[in-house]
Design a protein around this ligand. Structure first.
Ligand code: IMP
Ligand code: MG
Length: 178
């Protein structure tokens, strides 16, 4: 697995700092709110697990699974709900927790759909953001770090469902996906 990585982009320690900073900010901003963290599976699962533990106010969590990528590296634009939320969103201050905002098509669709369910508010927290690749009109309210236009894996992010278990963020060698 390590041999497929061209370069380590964020070490486990660096990710830890980024996540704790986000957790602190969210704890302040949502202290008088009814926070519900909505994790988009599967990429955000490790981020979610760490982020919720760095939030020190009461919150609830839920999960939803959508697919838009198949096994490739570019968004198809077609978003399909594989697993819907368990909770009714009415009255909650929903914070969508995503691994990476790329073209933005996935979150654009998800946010629109969740909005129709009458949450008190809805915002987006992404660990990584690739603004150069944005196609949909969407921005993150909370963003851990900007990343350049390279395919990264690890800490939940996959290529072809692999590398999610790497504890750091690495750039994949292009020959792996070309
Ligand atoms: P978007 O709809 O193009 O914004 O796609 C976002 C989704 O694409 C993310 O939730 C990831 O699952 C996936 N994705 C985008 N860029 C990367 C990357 O560099 N590595 C791994 N997955 C990525
Ligand atoms: Mg993915």
């Amino acid at each position: 697995m390590e041999n497929d990585i061209k370069e380590v982009y964020f070490s486990a320690e660096e990710i830890d700092k980024i996540v704790k900073k986000l957790g602190k900010q969210i704890s302040e901003d949502y202290k008088d709110k009814n926070l519900l963290l909505v994790s988009i599976l599967k990429g955000s699962v490790i981020f979610m697990a760490d982020l919720m533990r760095s939030i020190d106010i009461p919150c609830r969590i839920d999960f939803m699974s959508v697919s838009s990528y198949g096994s490739g590296v570019k968004t198809s634009g077609i978003v399909k709900i594989q697993k819907d939320l368990d909770l009714n969103l009415e009255g909650y201050d929903v914070l969508i927790v995503e691994d990476i905002l790329d073209s933005g098509k996935t979150l654009y669709y998800v946010r629109d759909m969740l909005r129709t369910r009458n949450p008190a508010s809805i915002k987006i927290c992404t660990l990584f953001d690739k603004p150069d690749r944005r196609e949909a009109d969407i921005h993150a309210d909370y963003s851990g770090s900007l990343v350049p236009d390279e395919f990264i894996v690890g800490y939940g992010l996959d290529y072809d469902e692999k590398y999610r278990n790497l504890p750091y963020i690495g750039v994949l060698k292009p020959e792996i996906y070309n």
